[in-house]
Design a protein around this ligand. Structure first.
Ligand code: PGD
Ligand code: PGD
Length: 821
């Protein structure tokens, strides 16, 4: 049993025992000892402090090999995924050498057949050859098709680091070499980040929240609405400080009410003993309307708040009361839809209005068809309660992400590598004539299927470009995108697919040219700590030498640019350390201007981090506090300067799938009545998306070697399914195997199969063949949330589930397809 795991409240006792014993069985127990306790360590061996998405850590290195990892001593809640970080360096899924798909290499590159993509038939080539192929292909496509022929909007959770930011480096390369088509938005908040500027004047989903100390003092009822911070705050887009865990504990100790509204009894619900209310997935808008109707009909709404701070409540009321469409959105109406009894909805309405209520929403609710409506309705409900901008009430869209609400320190920020746009600031304008300069990021398959096709996006009408070359770094689209089989078919249109990664993901396996990147533990970098708290700056020190022939993305791109005569533009003649010193210099200047005591670069690098103080004022930060104090002096960025419950701007767009006020739409999928089970494809406890799925950490959660699928006992009994069985989950789009856990943590009619399981087709030559491991995106629905947001609908899927009989196909993807070359 390790210190790290004892600190993990995210594991229930049963799960903790399972996880810790499996870790021990895997030999992890010795490898995650807190530093200084590993007596067998010889003098001269090193312990290096570095950092990653999972936190700050100490890695011990013996004879040049990393042998153990321990969380930073001051981390209040280390991620239980940390052992996988160490394993990812040496995992059998590492890409060690540059590889080219055999057919691509031997049969004319872009002219080669494309059916053998994904079969693993790769040939090892030298770096010189690989760079030559990549450079020649970029030049060919630029010459023949212009920048619109290249899609490099490579979305994904690349490693943190201000210098080796591979997505920015790809953009920098493409800007240096003539331009490209990019991607707008993200898969996390595609719908919310487009609708929220219309409603509250900013993205909102990535904003600092009313501070936790204020919630602990003032909030009476804390509602996590489809949010599971105990699970999701393990990681940070930058480097986590894990601030939320102590605050949650303190909140729980106050004895005040926490409610989790979620079809799954989440880790947060379990940790804080919350009241668990379980609506059917995708019915939250109806549930919120039912609560809002009670608030309104019982006169519990705050008229003064609505008239002073909001626009358009009067235009929403006819819909709420049913005057405009003949359907009053009563608690009884909502109960029929969401499955939560009407009395409970009424009770919630009175509870919310009767005290300080914070409605803290996660993002799964908007990763569905019509997903824009959930957050809009949440804001509307909060506006009716009249508590927005107060110390303990209102709404929050980011408490579950990167420890939102952890007070922001009085810090400074280091600089970062640029995307080279200044080199050719006009690129998007030339692209506009040939198709959109960037597409909503989740519409990539539609873009490939429909070159020249027009699409709507947030009031604009644009056309898809005609893509010939796709270049991806720092993301795993063959995991994150919906409807895998449709995607694989669409991808055949792409003449060349180039990927850098350090592991053989499904994306790498579907590439024509695969370049082995280093992990962040094989290079030097730096990053801010805490996306919201900005509690410090940490050195991300190199721990070991690159594995195999892996190179960092900067060096790979520099070599490509050099081949095309643009090395100086790309590198600016600076080395890794020179860049880092330059970035640090920006923070140093800012610190000087703020009179902060700040170490010079050499001292910082030696120490490994700088931490900042948190001023009292930031502990008392209230989201929308300024606006509520003086809405004329501090208007919101909406057309009216107010919270828009009715949007004239959206009304003018005339979208049938996004009306001008929050509206309920029933769950939607085109699979039909044979597929009655809703698939909850939430984010995994034991991974970051697909990251670390290729490590031995997988064995702590996989069931029978497959991705776990949770099913309610009633649904399992009706199908003769028992705990530990291998099941086939299928619909009209595809079929996957999974290992079953029978549990009442989920509700009847809803199975849980997390996103991020590696796609493992049992026969990659046969379209639609059974996925042997359990990639949920084989089943999901690839439609836009609406014409407004064009976000992804990863949570929209209906399927059927049955016990798998016979010999299950082997999972083949956790290996190196080119091993031995
Ligand atoms: P990751 O597994 O994090 O998934 O999709 P995303 O593509 O971000 O992939 C990151 C990849 O980058 C990994 O393969 C990793 O090895 C690689 N990488 C990391 N660092 C480096 C580096 O320095 N250099 C290079 N070259 N590569 C690097 C996640 C996406 O999935 C997201 S963010 C969301 S929110 C969506 N969520 C859902 C969902 O809830 N449900 C479904 N069904 N589907 C989803 N898809 C989306
Ligand atoms: P999910 O786990 O998808 O997380 O944050 P997000 O909030 O999107 O969903 C949260 C909860 O919503 C789950 O408990 C799920 O059961 C519930 N839920 C699903 N459908 C519905 C519904 O229709 N209604 C209601 N009320 N609840 C529903 C994800 C965030 O996490 C993101 S975007 C990223 S990129 C990061 N990813 C990870 C990760 O992959 N793994 C971990 N451990 N942590 C992460 N943190 C970040």
């Amino acid at each position: 049993m390790t210190d790290m795991h004892m600190k993990s409240p995210s594991l229930t006792r049963r799960r903790f025992l399972t996880a810790s014993s499996s870790l021990a069985a895997l030999g992890f127990a010795g490898s995650i000892m807190p530093m200084g306790m590993n007596k067998a360590f010889a003098a001269g061996d090193q312990t290096i402090q570095s950092a990653c998405h999972w936190g700050i850590f100490n890695m011990s290195v013996k004879d040049g090999r990393a042998v153990s990892i321990a969380p930073w001593e001051k981390d209040p809640h280390p991620s239980p995924q940390l052992p996988g970080v160490l394993d990812s360096i040496y995992s059998p899924t590492r890409i060690r050498y540059p590889m080219v798909r055999r057919s691509y290499l031997e049969n004319g590159g872009p002219k080669a057949e494309r059916d053998s993509r994904g079969t693993g038939d790769f040939v090892r080539v030298s770096w010189d050859k690989a760079i030559e192929l990549v450079a020649a292909e970029i030049k060919r496509v630029q010459d023949e098709h212009g920048p619109s022929g290249i899609f490099a909007g490579s979305y994904g959770w690349k490693s943190p680091g201000k210098f080796h930011n591979c997505r920015t480096l790809l953009a920098r390369t493409m800007n240096t070499l003539g331009g490209y088509v990019g991607g707008t938005g993200d898969y996390s908040t595609g719908a919310a980040q487009v609708i929220m500027p219309h409603v509250v004047g900013g993205l909102e989903v990535y904003s600092q929240q009313t501070s936790w100390p204020l919630l602990i003092e003032n909030t009476d009822t804390l509602v996590f609405w489809g949010a599971d911070p105990v699970k999701t705050c393990q990681i940070d887009w930058l480097v986590p400080e894990h601030g939320v865990y102590d605050y949650l504990k303190q909140f729980k100790e106050t004895g005040k009410k926490v409610i989790c509204i979620d079809p799954y009894r989440s880790e947060t619900a379990q940790m804080v003993d919350a009241d668990w209310i379980a609506p059917k997935p995708h019915t939250d808008v109806a549930m919120m309307l039912g609560i809002a109707h009670t608030v309104y009909s019982e006169g519990l709404h705050d008229e003064e708040f609505l008239s002073t701070y909001c626009y358009g409540f009067d235009m929403f009321v006819p819909y709420l009361t049913g005057e405009s469409d003949g359907t009053p959105k009563t608690a009884e109406w909502a109960a029929e839809i969401c499955g939560v009894p009407a009395d409970k909805l009424k009770e919630l309405a009175r509870l919310f209005a009767g005290g300080n209520t914070m409605l803290a929403s996660g993002w799964s609710l908007q990763r569905i068809r019509y997903g824009e409506q959930s957050h809009w309705m949440l804001v509307t409900l909060a506006a009716m309660l009249g508590q927005i901008g107060t110390p303990g009430g209102g709404f929050g869209l980011s408490y579950h992400y990167c420890s939102g609400g952890t007070p922001t320190a009085n810090g400074v920020s280091v600089g970062a590598i640029g995307d080279g746009k200044t080199i050719d600031a006009n690129a998007p304008e030339w692209l506009a004539s040939e198709g959109a300069a960037s597409i909503p990021v989740a519409r990539i398959v539609e873009m490939l299927e429909n070159p020249g096709g027009e699409f709507d996006f947030n009031g604009k009408r644009q056309a898809y470009p005609d893509t010939k070359l796709v270049y991806w770094v720092g993301g795993n689209p063959f995991c994150h995108h919906q409807d895998r089989n449709r995607m694989i078919e669409a991808w055949k249109k792409v003449e060349t697919f180039i990927v850098h990664d350090f592991q053989w993901t499904a994306t790498a396996r579907h590439a024509d040219i695969v370049l082995p990147a280093t992990t962040s533990y094989e290079r030097n970098d730096m990053e801010q700590i805490g996306s919201y708290s900005n509690s410090g700056i940490v050195a991300m020190k190199k721990v070991v030498e690159p594995i195999g022939e892996a190179r960092n993305d900067f060096d790979i791109f520099a070599a490509i640019c050099a081949k095309l005569g643009k090395e100086q533009e790309f590198t600016e003649g600076k080395s890794e350390m020179e860049w880092l010193k330059g970035f640090y210099g920006i923070a140093e200047s800012a610190a000087k201007a703020k009179n902060l005591d700040f170490p010079n670069f050499d001292d910082f690098w030696k120490e490994g981090l700088v931490l900042f103080d948190v001023p009292q004022a930031n502990k008392e930060f209230i989201r929308f506090g300024d606006f509520v104090e003086d809405p004329l002096l501090n208007p919101l960025g909406t057309p009216t300067g107010l919270i828009e419950i009715y949007s004239k701007a959206i009304e003018r767009m005339k979208y049938d799938d996004c009306p001008a006020h929050p509206t309920y739409f029933p769950p939607e999928d085109d699979t039909g009545p044979d597929y009655p089970m809703q698939v909850n494809s939430a984010h995994p406890h034991g991974r970051l998306h697909s990251q670390l799925c290729g490590t031995s950490l997988r064995e702590t959660y996989a069931i029978n070697g497959r991705e776990p699928c949770v099913i309610h006992p009633d649904d399992a009994a009706a199908r003769g399914i028992s705990d530990g069985d291998i099941v086939r989950v299928f619909n009209t789009r595809g079929q996957v195997l999974a290992g079953v856990r029978v549990s009442d943590e989920t509700i009847p009619g809803v199975i849980r199969l997390d996103e991020g399981g590696w796609y493992s087709p049992s026969d990659p030559t046969k379209p639609g063949s059974l996925d042997a491991y359990g990639d949920v995106n084989v089943l999901t629905f690839d439609v836009p949330t609406s014409k407004l947001g064009q976000g992804n609908c990863g949570h929209s899927a209906f399927a059927q589930i049955e016990k798998f009989e016979g010999t299950p196909p082997e999972v083949t993807v956790f290996s190196d397809p080119a091993a031995g070359q």
